[in-house]
Design a protein around this ligand. Structure first.
Ligand code: COA
Length: 262
């Protein structure tokens, strides 16, 4: 199977391993509405395609996995549209997390903001040693809105999650490995091969057992659900602030933001 969307490519090999590549390299694969729509369509298709046993998600080019939500689009949000955007992102990434087929991120460069959140929604993360992970939303007067506050806390614990979210400072692949944010770090020349090797092992296991294992592990965090609601509400509220307008305007004009706390 080979299929091309506007903003991503999808190819499946004879082992049933599909590679979904986010393909907007000139904007470091930033997630605009079109990418999110394509991503939703592709994930739904992959979940239902009986020829597909497992999925690799990666980014086009050699600089970025995904450098975040598209800041140009974010800049126009208000409280209502901001909350809706966050809820939609949460819902799409939840399709990945709750897929019965293993979905693995091969992180080949910047995984910032929504890119880090996308990688965290995957069941496993393999990073090239050039990758950089971070949640820099506070530098825009914002917080992560696609489940990042929840999944980062689950993966690395509250202390380190707050370290990354409050400072907005990224960590290199090796540090991400030490904190449990990624599973393996590889040389970029071997990244895809290593990822295929890991998935090649998993697809030989009992598929029903693999699906049930994902379901059972997800159940650890599924019950309360309030964290996601709190995140979307906070994200929306921040979209109505002057600080958010200042943060996004400063990024787009390539200047340093001046926050006033309102
Ligand atoms: N949204 C929209 N556009 C983005 C983007 C994003 N999240 N990240 C990068 N881009 C665009 C840049 O605006 C630039 O476009 P241009 O060539 O039309 O000016 C292009 O991608 C290349 O990025 P640039 O900033 O010139 O590359 P760099 O090497 O100087 O810096 C980064 C790379 C990743 C450090 C920088 O792009 C960055 O900080 N991106 C935003 C990260 C972020 O805050 N993500 C969270 C968003 S919620």
């Amino acid at each position: 199977m080979s299929q091309t969307y506007q903003t991503l490519t999808l190819e499946t090999d004879e082992q049933g391993i599909a590679v979904l590549t986010i393909n907007r390299a000139d904007k470091l694969n930033a997630l605009n509405a079109e990418v999110m729509n394509d991503l939703e369509g592709a994930i739904m298709k992959l979940r239902h395609d009986s020829a597909v046993k497992a999925v690799i998600i990666t980014g086009a080019g050699n600089r970025a996995f995904v450098a975040g939500a598209d800041i140009q689009e974010l800049a126009g949000l208000n409280t209502f549209t901001g909350t809706a955007l966050s809820e939609r992102g949460q819902q799409i990434f939840s399709l990945i997390e709750h897929s019965a087929k293993p979905m693995v991120a091969y992180v080949n460069g910047y995984a910032l903001g929504g890119g880090c959140e996308l990688a965290m929604a995957c069941h496993l993360r393999i990073a090239s040693d050039t990758a950089l992970f971070g949640l820099p939303e506070v530098t825009l007067g914002l917080i992560p809105g696609y489940g990042g506050t929840q999944r980062l806390t689950q993966l690395v614990g509250k202390g380190r999650a707050l370290q990354l979210i409050l400072t907005g400072k990224p960590v290199k692949a090796r540090e991400a490995l030490e904190m449990g944010l990624v599973n393996w770090v590889t040389d970029p020349s071997e990244g895809m091969a290593t990822t295929r090797e890991v998935l090649g092992q998993i697809v030989q296991r009992g598929p029903v057992a693999v699906a049930k294992a994902i379901e059972a592990v997800n159940a650890v965090a599924d019950q309360p659900g309030k964290g996601y609601i709190a995140e979307a509400e906070a994200f929306g509220a921040l979209c109505g602030t002057r600080d958010f307008k200042e943060g996004t305007d400063a990024f787009l004009k390539k200047r340093t933001p001046v926050f006033n706390g309102n």
